[in-house]
Design a protein around this ligand. Structure first.
Ligand SMILES: Cc1cc2nc3c(=O)[nH]c(=O)nc-3n(C[C@H](O)[C@H](O)[C@H](O)COP(=O)(O)OP(=O)(O)OC[C@H]3O[C@@H](n4cnc5c(N)ncnc54)[C@H](O)[C@@H]3O)c2cc1C
Ligand SMILES: N[C@H](Cc1c[nH]c2cc(Cl)ccc12)C(=O)O
Length: 514
């Protein structure tokens, strides 16, 4: 029986792992986390997938408990500004497409063109977000009753088992979340050591026998989890597992970030992340309770750090003042195998694509859940490692492909950065899929074929919003009776208007939660 786990790293990945393992495995497996006080965490990582709710549910953390502690807000999707052309915006929501007479509303919309904005005509969230409404009424009920509430239900639904689509995700202060999870994990028996790991010692088989710390001696264990971020201290440095770069297809390799205090009552609190396209990348705006997180993700081949910081400060305006900017060099790609011998990499050490679709914490949650599903015993079955590595590689390769689509299919081509995105190498398989989509809109059997977190509606939302790929509806919808489709468009329009009138603002809802 495997008895002890040593986690190196105390960022979001380290503390999410420690908390989850304590909840899942209890006292059967000891958990020790060692983190340096000298080496800072990445300090960003604030928007999530809707499926992160399963992580909080499983830990028994209710919204009213953790959200105020982490200055958290709701995220009903991402608002993409200036990706098609300057002045244009659209949403990528957490909302599936209604189906009428066997065809998703995408086909009916392309055939009938009921309005100027696809996302407004087919999704409820567009009007809710445009009007900065909360997804919950003041009594806590959700705006749409069909969504399955998991809150308070200890039954564990992991990411890949989710069958329903929940309407929102969260945005939070990552450092505050790590502190909150540290409390959760240590209260449940995790051992916390603040120290530097100076060396990683391997035995004659090449497995890690122990790590050497500066002040707490050697830390031995059965399983070592590398949560040391981009540096990959255990997996890449000590075990020399190679890193597979995605840079040939995703050129954004740098970022500069600011934390900007704001008066939410004056500014409003829009329940979404905004990605505003720029000359050499895009700027994220993540409204938290009391401040915004913002940053410019850019390609250093097209823009230097000084220019990027200038662009970001101009974008933010006077509120940027003399706030200190955090410059980050991003390692884009994945470790070839995240699990080698008795070492598992989780977080940035395992892999990272740029944060355009808020996938970093999704990768962490997926890696942790898959580790529990593949947890080893003293036999160390290599088949478990192989199955785990395949699942993790596919999730990251699939997200990489989805992100490349954002640039390749963006209509704007007003400078070298955006023009080059149309001719840059594509990940294996994407060229064929694009060809298929020109004839028939993306569907379950024509998107990336392995679990990667996104469903066809995400591809459809992006392709119809980005405007760079000519799409056509199924021929049949032009021959069919369209009265039921017209009724559905009207239902969405009327319900959207009604919800905007009845829902509180997000600011009002979150303020009453405190
Ligand atoms: C610009 C940017 C924006 C992002 N935005 C998002 C987002 O919106 N949504 C999202 O989901 N993800 C986002 N991410 C990803 C997210 O930030 C990371 O997934 C998350 O912070 C996890 O980081 P980590 O814990 O793996 O590494 P880190 O935060 O880098 O933590 C590494 C830890 O290892 C410790 N350590 C390192 N070396 C040693 C040593 N020798 N001894 C002891 N301890 C050591 C450090 O002290 C630290 O505690 C973003 C990333 C970037 C770069
Ligand atoms: N697993 C899905 C992923 C997903 C669906 N819609 C969106 C929108 C945005 Cl902005 C990010 C991720 C997803 C989920 O989390 O619901």
């Amino acid at each position: 029986m495997l008895g002890s786990v040593v986690i190196v790293g105390g960022g979001t990945s380290g503390w999410m792992t420690a908390a989850y393992l304590r909840r899942a495995l209890g006292d059967k497996v000891s958990v020790t986390l060692v983190e340096s006080k000298r080496i800072k965490t990445i300090g960003v990582g604030e928007a999530t997938f809707s499926t992160v709710r399963h992580f909080f549910d499983y830990l028994g953390m209710a919204e009213h408990e953790w959200m105020p502690r982490c200055n958290a807000t709701y995220k009903l999707g991402i608002r993409f500004e200036n990706w098609r052309e300057k002045g244009h915006y659209f949403y990528h929501p957490f909302e599936r497409l209604p189906v009428v007479d066997g065809f998703p509303l995408t086909d009916w919309w392309l055939a009938k063109q009921p309005g100027p904005r696809f996302d407004q005509d087919v999704f409820l969230m567009s009007s809710i977000v445009d009007n900065e409404r909360s997804p919950r009424f003041l009594d806590g009920t959700l705006f749409e009753q069909e969504f399955v509430e998991r809150a308070g239900d200890p039954a564990r639904t992991t990411l890949s088992e989710q069958s329903t689509q929940f309407p929102y995700a969260y945005q939070f202060d990552a450092s505050l979340l790590a502190d909150y999870l540290c409390e959760y994990a240590t209260e449940r028996g995790a051992r916390h050591i603040e120290d530097d790991v100076l060396d990683v010692v391997r035995d004659e088989r090449g497995w890690i026998s122990h790590v050497v710390t500066k002040e707490h001696g050697d830390l031995t264990g059965d399983l070592f989890i590398d949560c040391t971020g981009f540096r990959g201290l255990l997996i890449n440095q000590a075990l020399e597992e190679p890193f597979v770069s995605y840079q040939d297809t995703l050129p954004n390799d740098s970022a500069v970030a600011l934390r900007v205090p704001v008066d939410m009552e004056k500014r409003g609190l829009r329940p979404c992340t905004t990605a505003t396209a720029q000359d050499a990348g895009w700027i994220w705006t993540i409204p938290l309770y009391g401040r915004i997180g913002t940053g410019y993700v850019y390609a250093s081949d097209y823009c230097g750090p000084e220019e990027a910081e200038r662009t970001l400060r101009e974008f933010v305006g006077p509120e940027a003042g003399d706030l200190e900017a955090n410059h980050i060099r991003m390692r884009i790609g994945r470790t070839r195998q995240s699990w080698v011998n008795n070492c598992v990499a989780i977080g940035l050490s395992s892999g990272f694509v740029e944060p355009l679709e808020s996938t970093g914490i999704f990768f962490i949650q997926h890696g942790i859940e898959q580790l529990v599903k593949h947890f080893p015993d003293a036999g160390w079955d290599p088949g478990l490692r192989s199955s785990y590595n395949t699942a993790v590689a596919r999730v990251m390769d699939g997200v990489r492909e989805f992100l490349v689509l954002h640039y390749h299919c963006a209509a704007r081509a007003d400078n070298a950065y955006w023009r080059d995105a149309k001719t840059r190498a594509l990940p294996d398989g994407l060229a064929e899929r694009l060809e298929q989509w020109r004839s028939k809109l993306p569907s379950t059997d024509t998107i990336y074929p392995h679990y990667h977190g996104f469903e066809p509606y995400s591809y459809l939302s992006m392709l119809l919003g980005l405007g760079g790929l000519e799409l056509k509806p199924a021929n049949a919808v032009s021959l069919m009776d369209d009265s039921r489709a017209a009724d559905e468009f009207r239902r969405i329009k009327d319900l959207s208007h009604d919800l905007v009138k009845r829902l509180p603002s997000q600011y009002e809802y979150l303020s009453q939660m405190r």
